[in-house]
Ligand binder design. Structure first.
Ligand SMILES: Cc1ncc(COP(=O)(O)O)c(C=O)c1O
Length: 412
């Protein structure tokens, strides 16, 4: 006999996955509906409408791909990239490499330009590279969770549009937590994630794309044999989209009025996404962005009072991820382990060159709450003291409490 599943209660302060709002968990236990039941297709339409608002776009197409965030990234890239396309990827952290990796797998000629981890690109440097190398597509990350940095996009987007390039953005870690403006920033295709600032479990990747991309994928359309019309069977695009699961032209027919069968929709995940979006939009996008910055300031004031140094260019700091330099003499993995074992608090390390050098604290969505910030600061201080690090005892919590008392604008 197996025992009941009995998961421990945690305070999750990683850059994803984050704590899920209990209201989202509640709707996940709603009864299943058939995927062509009008009661369900109404939910699909509502989700599309909510996503357009979230993305600040008038695009017709905004829907989730089933799978984690990289499924949305892969769907976008494999549907847009034709073999031999030149894709420029400005890399300033781990997830830029993920974009490169996916582009390469779909036959693109990829060129990376690099920025030191902890900083972002001067848009002019990216634009210069576009003019020198003449790519067909520019793909880049907006919020690099691996370094806690956020890249300004509008100037790059505008330059792409003027040069008739496609601009594709991974905004997995920013959508729902900081301002993202698809239309105003000239973004042709954008991918978000559920498990970060939307506070929905991992398992769907909402995306949007405009008419420019829609036209391109229409040219590459190939409908599955068992469901294609006679006419569709005759048309076989020379460079048809190579993935079945991630083919946006087929997904579009499933999400659009044709309701052409593709995969079986992940019903409970869609309920969760709908509830997550409802909560975000009811809070108000601007209020939500302000809430993230508000708690970020409390966290940073506590960390600084304690004597911690932040990693990265503060002018490019992502409000939802705070990177702390591990103090000399402390073992970051041991600090994290003790936070989890003794306090039930999870924070993250980083990747590649930053592993063992920084700790990352995510303050996203439902996890971004006063009690989480205060609990973390108190626990972090205690754990550092146990690791022999000299900190200003008591200062972190007092600084954060002062901040919350003096800046009492938000209730939680
Ligand atoms: C910026 C960014 N892009 C892409 C991903 C990949 O997402 P997933 O792990 O959900 O596939 C992540 C996940 O942490 C991320 O932070």
């Amino acid at each position: 006999m197996y025992k009941d599943l009995n998961t421990p209660i945690r305070t999750i302060l990683t850059p994803g996955p984050v704590e899920v709002d209990p209201r989202v968990l509640r709707v996940m236990s709603a009864p299943i509906l058939g995927q062509f039941d009008p009661a369900f297709t109404d939910i699909m339409n509502e989700v599309m409408d909510m996503l357009r608002k979230l993305f600040k776009t008038d695009n017709q197409w905004a829907f989730p791909v089933d799978g984690t965030s990289r499924s949305g990234i892969e769907a976008m890239l494999c549907s847009v990239i034709e073999p031999g396309d030149r894709v420029l990827v400005p890399v300033f952290g781990r997830f830029g490499y993920l974009l490169m990796e996916i582009c390469e797998r779909y036959g693109a000629e990829v060129k990376a330009i690099h920025q030191e981890w902890g900083a972002v690109f001067d848009p002019k440097a990216v634009i210069q590279e576009m003019d020198d190398w003449k790519p067909d597509i520019v793909a880049m990350v907006h919020a690099e969770t691996s370094t806690g940095c956020m890249q300004p996009l509008k100037e790059i987007g505008q330059a792409c549009r003027e040069r008739h390039l496609y601009f594709i953005v991974d905004a997995v870690a920013s959508v729902g937590g900081v301002d993202v403006r698809v239309d105003e920033w000239f973004i042709d295709g954008l991918i978000a994630g559920t498990q970060k600032c939307l506070s929905v479990p991992a398992g769907m990747s909402p995306l949007t794309y405009n008419e420019r991309i829609q036209k391109r994928i229409a040219r590459r359309k190939k409908v599955e044999r068992g469901i294609a019309t006679e006419e569709e069977l005759q048309q076989k695009a020379a460079t048809f989209i190579k993935s079945n699961y991630f083919d946006l032209s087929m997904l579009q027919d499933y999400w659009g009025p044709r309701r052409l069968n593709h995969h079986t929709e992940a019903t409970s995940m869609l309920y969760a996404l709908r509830e997550g979006l409802r909560l975000v939009l009811n809070e108000g996008l601007e209020n939500r962005f302000e809430r993230h910055k508000y708690h970020e300031r409390a966290l940073v004031s506590g960390l600084k009072a304690m004597g911690m140094e932040l990693f990265g260019d503060t002018s490019a700091k992502l409000p939802t991820v705070t990177c702390i330099k591990i103090p000399d003499g402390a073992d970051g993995d041991s600090v994290r382990r003790m936070l989890l074992d003794q306090f039930g608090i999870e924070i993250a390390t980083s990747f590649g060159p930053l592993h063992g050098k920084i700790l990352r604290v995510g303050t996203m969505g439902y996890s971004c709450r006063r009690e989480n910030i205060l609990t973390f600061l108190g626990a972090f201080e205690a754990v550092l003291i146990r690791h022999g690090i000299l900190v200003e005892k008591g200062a972190a919590l007092q600084a954060a409490l002062d901040y919350y008392t003096n800046e009492n604008k938000l209730s939680n």
